[in-house]
Design a protein around this ligand. Sequence first.
Ligand SMILES: [Fe+2]
Ligand SMILES: [Fe+2]
Length: 161
Amino acid sequence: MNKKVAELLNAQVNKEFYSAYLYLGISKYFTQQNLPGFASWYKVQAEEEQEHAMKIYEYLLDQDEDVTLASIAEVKADLKSPLEAVKEADKHEHYITGEIVKIMDAAAEDKDYRTQLFLNWFITEQEEEERNSKDMVIKVEMLGNDKKNLYLLDKEVGSRK
Ligand SMILES: [Fe+2]
Ligand SMILES: [Fe+2]
């Protein structure tokens, strides 16, 4: 594997773990706001992000590449409203999509078809992630200002397994 592609994949392992960390922070915020449904949704999301990280980790090792387990950045803990929390998640998913595209570009430039094939899964996944995070922003924008509606929305959101 090309050195640049390997470095980008390694950096992405870290970014996916950071995503898990970020979602754990959002989950914590919702727990503290007495919104267990949202808390559970973002906890599931955090678990999914760890799976993403591990997918890339396994891929690198399968290709006989090393995996650098660098430090994971701290998550700033100053969320001020449910809307800010869900918007932060939405913004982050768009950022991650951009990072996946950068790795795809580097793999394409190197004619690394195997990595491109591997990354296709992430391209599809990011479409779903963006759709989900956007849905969440729309719902909280519509209902989040009213405590009773937020309570009901929390029940709905909490049904995710
Ligand atoms: Fe991810
Ligand atoms: Fe994600």
